[in-house]
Design a protein around this ligand. Structure first.
Ligand code: SF4
Length: 357
């Protein structure tokens, strides 16, 4: 599955499921959004197995996307989940920091077995990662992965700044020289979460209303099995508000979780009007003088908001609007979907590199 198709799938509610298999990672990248270390939490694999085993041929996501921390610290679990998903026709993708490439000794057998069944393999590489694993080592491992997996991409982050980034330009040119169009790239700005808080100036809330939220489409299973409605995991660490918690992987099957994702009126409203629009229309009233930060408004929504949102979405106008926004989002080009999720516009074309369309 090409990166562009993965982005398109990301615009469809409940078309995919994110699994954060562990908070642990052997690398210590300065911009890590989950502030992962080898001392971080890692729960038993059972809740992940139960949830993926609950997929049914007529009720399943099209893709599971495994991340962490570093998911390949659990290669056996990755292979099990990939096989269990494939049983009903669900594909599997994975995002890795490439720790196993250090030393340039090739793919370890357990990693080779884990990646062999994937539909997409995404690797992180940027200035902070390169201090942990060298570029030549990552390229060598990526070449080996390309022999095993039909689609590969690189996820690159850049520190926010005006105009082109010389480091990113150099990296992109080298990827193109080495791999041609076989490795599309998603270039995003580092977000001020996790360890990256130490790298960036304190965020200034505001900046206007970004509209419908792109992060409320797929559920995310956190490392402890909690299922969140929002894929910005670092925002909800330690338990988000009840309206952004869908359930738990140890007890709720996919049929229940996808039903909540698709049916919950607050999530539907956040996907239709956006969190700021939802609060404006359905309350609670914003504090006077408060800057319109999308996530802060989303976290402040209440059960009373949900009741009013359900009413609004139940009217013919509400139903029309919801259908229209979903259709418009799904029809956007992958490069535009990438920008809506934080990709830098100047590099957005790279997500479609080698894509047949
Ligand atoms: S507005 Fe923020 S908190 Fe709400 S679903 Fe979107 S990303 Fe998550």
């Amino acid at each position: 599955m090409h990166l562009a198709d993965l982005l398109t799938l990301g615009a469809r509610p409940a078309a995919g499921l994110l699994l954060a298999l562990t908070d642990r990672c052997p690398l210590a990248c300065a911009h890590c959004s989950t502030a992962s270390t080898m001392a971080a939490a890692q729960s038993p694999g059972e809740p992940f197995r139960r949830l993926v085993d609950s997929f049914e041929p007529d009720c399943r996501p099209e893709l599971i996307l495994m991340s962490g921390g570093e998911p390949l610290l659990r290669p056996g679990l990755v292979a099990e989940l990939t096989a269990s998903a494939a049983r009903v026709g669900t594909g599997a993708a994975l995002l890795s920091g490439m720790f196993f490439a250090r030393g340039g000794a090739g793919l370890p057998p357990a990693v080779r077995r884990a990646v062999a069944g994937l539909a997409h393999f995404a690797a992180s590489l940027d200035a902070q990662h390169e201090r942990e694993v060298g570029r030549a080592e990552v390229f060598g491992a990526l070449a080996a992965v390309l022999d095993l997996v039909p689609a590969v991409s690189l996820h690159i982050t850049a520190l926010p700044g005006a105009g082109p980034d010389p480091y990113v330009d150099g990296l992109v040119a080298e990827v193109r020289r080495r791999f041609g169009a076989r490795v599309p790239m998603l270039v995003s700005a580092v977000r001020p979460t996790g360890r990256a808080r130490g790298l960036l100036p304190a965020p200034t809330p505001g900046g206007g209303d970004p509209g419908p939220c792109e992060f409320a489409h797929w559920p995310l299973v956190d490392q402890d099995g909690t299922v969140l409605a929002c894929t910005r995991q670092s925002l909800l660490r330690g338990g988000g508000p009840a309206h952004l918690v869908l359930g738990h992987a140890a007890r709720d099957p996919w049929r229940t979780l996808s039903g909540r994702t698709l049916g919950d009126p607050l999530l539907r409203s956040v996907r239709t009007l956006g969190p700021i629009g939802t609060r404006r229309r359905h309350g609670p009233p914003a504090e006077p003088g408060c800057a319109p930060d999308a996530c802060r408004n989303c976290l402040a929504l209440t059960p009373a908001t949900a009741a009013r949102a359900a009413e609004g979405l139940g009217t013919p106008e509400g139903r029309r609007m919801e259908r229209a926004v979903l259709a418009l989002t799904a029809a956007r080009a992958p490069r535009r979907l990438a920008v809506a999720r934080g990709a830098l516009p100047g590099y957005a074309d790279l997500v479609e590199l080698g894509w047949a369309g």
